[in-house]
Design a protein around this ligand. Structure first.
Ligand code: PMP
Length: 303
């Protein structure tokens, strides 16, 4: 990977190589970080960051769950994101704000300083070249998501991604593009780093926030765009076998955008390629960035 030149750390822009942290930082040992993944796109009106404020609001919400006081305001973090893009001359990019417990105590409940950084870099399709068109082969993971009242899945916290790593690494090791996890109830939850949508009879079905998942901003955007386009949407619990029975299936997330799934556990889904509803949802979503879908909700925040 070619690293960009500048990174924002604790209020100042620094060369990438200088944005370091102490090896005894709390987060490195205990997973005590919260972060976001945000994308910027080139649009006919110049570069824009998709739902920047909503992402950073979720960062503050994740921090709140872990009693971390981020020493910046929402406006300051939004400004840091814009600054990093501008300084690195990035148009279409992936942004990564992170806040974490730094150096200042080794006890689990230590009130260390909260360090904050924002990086940005160029990133193509997260699950591989060509996957947005061709789709991926997925599997159901042997790892379940965290049970309720263990580790909150509604927080986007570093420690949660131990679960994501087990799911993603197992899938890749077995030759699949991505893994889909079940909740501790045995019902469908989400992908390692993506929410999931199933299509039945032209309607979109997605798993509810009670199914041990991260309440994705892409998921929320697609539910809104689909409703506005007259597509029926349903949030509900679903059993594993619905993956094998649905007409179409796709994953969504900031990194994965809208990635069709052509098979699960070796069983072909629909025609084994992106179906008409998936393609329509892709059109509506990507249309936000080429001006074909009106930005009704002010989701495009200018750099
Ligand atoms: N679930 C998990 C576990 C994720 O890591 C992500 C990516 N942030 C998502 C869902 C999708 O969330 P979003 O659309 O907000 O990126």
């Amino acid at each position: 990977m070619q690293y960009p030149e500048w990174i924002w750390q604790n209020g100042t822009l620094k060369p990438w190589a200088d944005a370091t942290t102490h090896v005894m930082s709390h987060a490195l040992h205990y997973g005590s970080s919260v972060f976001e993944g945000i994308r910027s796109y080139e649009t006919p009106d110049g570069p824009a960051i998709f739902r920047l404020s909503d992402h950073n609001r979720r960062l503050f919400a994740s921090a709140r769950i872990y009693e971390m006081d981020i020493p910046y305001s929402l406006e300051e973090l939004n400004a840091a994101c814009r600054e990093v893009l501008k300084k690195n001359d990035l148009g279409k990019a992936y942004l990564r704000p992170v806040a974490y417990r730094g150096l200042g105590g080794f006890g689990l409940s230590a009130d260390t300083p909260i360090d904050v950084a924002v990086a940005a870099w160029q990133m193509g399709a997260y699950l591989g070249d060509g996957v947005l068109e061709q789709g991926i082969d997925a599997c159901v993971s042997s790892w379940q998501r965290m049970a309720p009242n263990t580790i909150p899945t509604g927080a986007k916290a570093g420690g949660n991604y131990l679960s994501g790593q087990l799911i993603a690494r197992e899938a890749r090791r077995l030759g699949f593009g991505e893994g889909i996890a079940l909740a501790s109830t045995g019902l469908l939850s989400e992908g390692a780093g993506e929410n999931i949508f199933l299509v039945f009879d032209g309607a979109l079905h997605t798993t509810p926030v009670s199914a041990a998942l991260l309440n994705g901003i892409t998921r929320n955007s697609l539910l809104t765009l689909a409703r506005d386009a007259g597509i029926e949407v349903v949030e509900r619990d679903m059993p594993r076998e619905y993956l094998y029975l649905c007409d179409e299936l796709f994953m969504c997330g900031t990194a994965a955008e809208i990635t069709p799934i052509r098979s699960v556990d070796g069983r072909q889904i629909g025609a084994g390629k992106a179906g008409p509803v998936t393609r329509r949802i892709q059109e509506l979503f990507f249309g936000l960035f080429d001006g074909k879908t009106p930005d009704k909700y002010g989701w495009l925040e200018r750099v």
